[in-house]
Design a binder for this molecule. Structure first.
Ligand SMILES: Cc1cc2nc3c(=O)[nH]c(=O)nc-3n(C[C@H](O)[C@H](O)[C@H](O)COP(=O)(O)OP(=O)(O)OC[C@H]3O[C@@H](n4cnc5c(N)ncnc54)[C@H](O)[C@@H]3O)c2cc1C
Length: 820
């Protein structure tokens, strides 16, 4: 029996055990019951809400940084509206609306782009004048407002009451909740979770959900699972009562001042998202921390409070009742950690909510419950999927240094191409110093420092951000032209390289990949991995190196996911192993019409088209070194990817650079790569294609070997869809005006009506304007004729820009250059 008299014994087994009784855990329990699972146990170390949930400010604002986060928030609002009626527990919901202020032209542009996307996701919002802000918020100073956006359905809740309502709903449907019941161990066998051990006993189960908030990293460690998050201090203050303040006052979000202000029982609450935050309790979160607070640092908050006073001058004459500091968990990229662990079946995670856990709590519960019950999320959640993270990220020092920046990021300018400033230099290729000397301006992906563009002699390799042409525009143009006209050298060592080997490797890969893997040694396959619904889980190249040996190459940020996908889907009776060899190899990508000439000068063998055709690979000697050369392209030109064992890489690089000089060889970065591939309409996984897009919609059905023996995962779903009209298709667009820029999420208009969003965009230097890819939805079918004759425009902020649309790449539509 616990000290509060709970004498119930833990059940010996349960279908699922949830660890943590904050908003996330209770919401998942509630939603599991909606899918018919009632044999569910929730174990809470202290009391419900005792972690972070009890002290949240309870803001419900829908427009978030990504579509996934926005959809989670939108569903959460719908749920909280009906929860009180359903459970009898009040939630404190007040639909007071929210206002977002832009204080600079750049922020206005960013918000306008964001609110256009939000409108297309069904969020009600409008741009309002400074005078309208003044009417809605008479106490606010609006003299500096450049633009403002009103979300009438946003609001706030009492986080404790919401959580209680979710818990009450869950209990009513059979969930058993045990408080004062810390989990101390997690048992596993054969890569599968098997039981949870707590101070009050052991529960056998095949499903564990880690909702332990800032303790989730430690709870993950009990199961050998990485949960890379870190707690940081987070602040708000509450004033004494203020005349004229009332509950319907909209939440005033003022990113320029890093603050939000809302009503709280006749007082004002001022929340702060400081630029440089402070991590809390890096080594270990205290196990006895319940309903806890952190002693606040007034001095550190003072500049932010002064800025809040500029916005609401009455604050200067108002006393402060409470300055509150509480811990919340943050992640390295300001996105949540959700889904099933890559290395332990049945172990799910929902944590790391970056101060957005209340406003997304409903959506998190719905998505997680669906994931647990059906084995996949109900929508594309890649941006929050825990499998986007990497084992090395679970490094307390890295996390502590990074969350300093990620806490405030939501309130800063979300510039295109913005790079993280903190915790950099985690992974550097063996060629790092060489490309740095060549002028590389580095960006980060999956911890790797990668050249994004190259500065001219005398130019600093530093970003100057804007929504227009940034300072590296001409650098990128020159790199782009070099690839189209001469030869470019891309340092792409960050790519993940995975060896798949064994007696049954061909059979194993044939089931997982869309392409027919029964190919001769030396053949390269461009292919996808699909889920059972036909959605694209991975987009990669596979090269047959030997009868029983294939090399998979994929983008670094997808490595955990691809490896886990292989592990999950290689049939148990297959003799087949998967080995990540990424860090043992550099990759130098030589692309452009003179690439053959360059390689023929430095490397062994016959590089003619006949001897070394497109889509084949072979071992070559360059100088004293050996490399694996793949004739392949992601830019639409003749080109070769060179996979070089790390010790050989400097030698190969030096040979290429030296021999390339008279041929016009230029170092090229990832921005040029992106510009080139969008111009050629090559798809990028996680932007243009993902788990909700099929190869039929994405124009990639050519990769499917429909009739190979045994088929492939997803084939049946595709066959069914193949006979129906194509209502959604990926289309390439080219703006008719060369000035505006495309990035992503700009609405696509067909004859004036919104039909989709741009999934990725970039200035296309050969075509002479910004180009983008995006899905067009049309109920009668997206036919060739519709695309050819429809009047397409792209909505960029408030500007409609006419665009040419095409189902075939606008650059080199027949691929003649690739095969030249
Ligand atoms: C100052 C502040 C203001 C905020 N304002 C907002 C806001 O306005 N809107 C918004 O959306 N979000 C806000 N947040 C963020 C929000 O509070 C969190 O994102 C959310 O509460 C996280 O919920 P959770 O369920 O993941 O974690 P928690 O609420 O921390 O729940 C985790 C639970 O796990 C339990 N636990 C830990 N270890 C074990 C174990 N071994 N065994 C059993 N149980 C265990 C803990 O006791 C705890 O109760 C704010 C946060 C702060 C700090």
């Amino acid at each position: 029996m616990t000290e509060d008299g709970d004498s119930r014994a833990l059940p010996a087994s349960a279908r699922a055990v949830i660890i943590g009784g904050g908003v996330a855990g209770c919401s998942i329990a509630y939603h599991l019951t909606k899918l018919g699972w009632s044999d569910v146990v929730l174990l809470e170390r202290a009391q419900l809400t005792a972690g972070t949930t009890w002290h949240a400010a309870g803001l419900l604002t829908t427009l978030r940084d990504t579509e996934t986060q926005t959809r989670l928030a939108a569903y959460t609002q719908q749920l909280y509206r009906r929860l009180e009626a359903e459970t009898g527990q009040a939630t404190g919901l007040i639909e007071c609306g929210s206002i977002q202020l832009a204080l600079t032209a750049a922020k206005a542009q960013e918000m306008r782009r964001g609110f256009r996307a939000a409108q297309s996701w069904g969020i009600e919002c409008e741009e309002i004048s400074a005078a309208a802000v003044q009417r809605l918020w008479p106490l606010a100073y609006v003299g500096d407002v450049q633009a403002a956006f009103h979300f009438p359905h946003d609001g706030r809740v009492n986080p404790t009451d919401v959580t209680r309502a979710l818990a009450r709903g869950a209990r009513a449907a059979g969930v058993r909740i045990f408080e004062k019941c810390p989990v101390t161990a997690i048992e596993r066998a054969g890569g599968q979770v098997t039981a949870v051990v707590s101070e009050r006993g052991r529960i056998a189960t095949g499903i564990v959900v880690n909702c332990a908030g800032m303790w989730a990293r430690e709870v993950g460690a009990l199961a050998g699972v990485d949960v890379p998050l870190q707690a940081a201090e987070h602040y708000y203050l509450i004033t004494e009562p203020v005349a004229g303040v009332h509950p319907r006052l909209p939440i005033l979000r003022d990113p320029g001042r890093r603050t939000y202000i809302r009503e709280e029982a006749g007082k004002l609450m001022v929340g702060i998202f400081e630029d440089v935050a402070r991590p809390w309790s890096v080594d270990r979160i205290p196990t006895d921390f319940a309903f806890g607070e952190i002693p606040p640092d007034w001095e550190r908050m003072q500049p932010y409070l002064e800025r809040a006073i500029e916005r609401v001058p009455v604050l200067a004459q108002t006393g402060v009742k409470l300055l509150f500091c509480g811990p919340e968990s943050f992640t390295a990229d300001h996105n949540y950690l959700m889904g099933e662990a890559a290395n332990l079946k049945g172990f799910f995670i929902a944590a790391g909510f970056n101060s957005l856990g209340i406003l997304s709590g409903g959506g998190v519960g719905r998505v997680m419950a669906h994931w647990i019950v059906h084995g996949h999320a109900p929508m594309d959640v890649w941006s929050v999927n825990v499998r986007r993270t990497h084992a090395w990220q679970n490094n307390p020092r890295y996390l502590a240094d990074r969350v300093v920046e990620s806490l405030g990021i939501g309130y800063q300018d979300h510039w295109p191409f913005r790079q993280w400033q903190s915790a950099r230099g985690v992974k550097k290729s063996a060629l790092h110093e060489r490309v740095a000397a060549a002028g590389a301006c580095f960006g980060e992906s999956a911890g790797w420092e990668r050249p994004n563009w190259y500065a001219r002699p005398g130019q600093a390799p530093r970003y100057e951000y804007s929504w227009g042409r940034q300072n590296w525009f001409e650098n990128c143009a020159a790199e782009h032209r070099a690839v189209r006209e001469a030869v470019g050298l891309f340092e792409q060592s960050s790519f993940a390289k995975i060896l798949v080997q064994g007696r049954d490797v061909e059979r194993a890969l044939n089931r997982i990949a869309t392409a027919d893997c029964a190919v001769p040694v030396g053949k390269i396959l461009y292919t996808q991995f699909l889920n059972e619904r036909g959605g694209i889980e991975a987009d990669l190249s596979i090269t047959r190196l030997a009868d029983e040996k294939f090399l998979i190459v994929t983008a670094a940020f997808t490595a955990t996911h691809v490896i886990a996908w292989l592990a999950d889907h290689i049939e148990r009776d297959c003799h087949c192993t998967v080995t990540d060899v990424s860090d043992g190899w550099c990759m130098l990508n030589v692309q452009g019409p003179r690439s053959r000439e360059l390689l023929a000068r430095v490397a062994s063998g016959d590089w003619s088209n006949a001897a070394f055709p497109f889509g084949t690979a072979r071992e070559v000697r360059i100088g004293y070194q050996t490399a694996l050369a793949l004739r392949l392209t992601y830019v639409g030109e003749l080109g070769f990817e060179l996979y070089v064992p790390v010790p050989f890489a400097p030698g190969v690089y030096d040979s290429l650079v030296e021999a390339g000089k008279p041929l016009g060889l230029r170092h090229c970065g990832y921005h040029a790569l992106n510009s080139l591939r969008i111009e050629k309409a090559y798809r990028d996984w996680s932007h243009d294609i993902g788990p909700d897009d099929t190869p039929l919609e994405a124009g990639l059905a050519f990769t499917c070997a429909w009739n190979k023996p045994g088929g492939f995962i997803g084939r049946e779903a595709l066959l069914e869809a193949r006979s129906a009209a194509r209502r959604r298709r990926l289309v390439q667009f080219l703006l008719e005006d060369p000035e505006p820029m495309l990035y992503h999420s700009e609405p696509i208009l067909l004859n004036g009506a919104a039909v989709g969003l741009i999934t990725s965009g970039m200035f296309a230097h050969t075509l002479g304007a910004a180009a983008g890819l995006g899905y067009v939805r049309h109920e009668q079918g997206v036919t060739d004729e519709l695309v050819a004759t429809g009047r397409f425009e792209i909505l960029i902020g408030n500007q409609r820009v006419a665009a040419r649309a095409s189902l075939r790449p606008l650059y080199d539509p027949h691929g003649a250059r690739i095969r030249s």
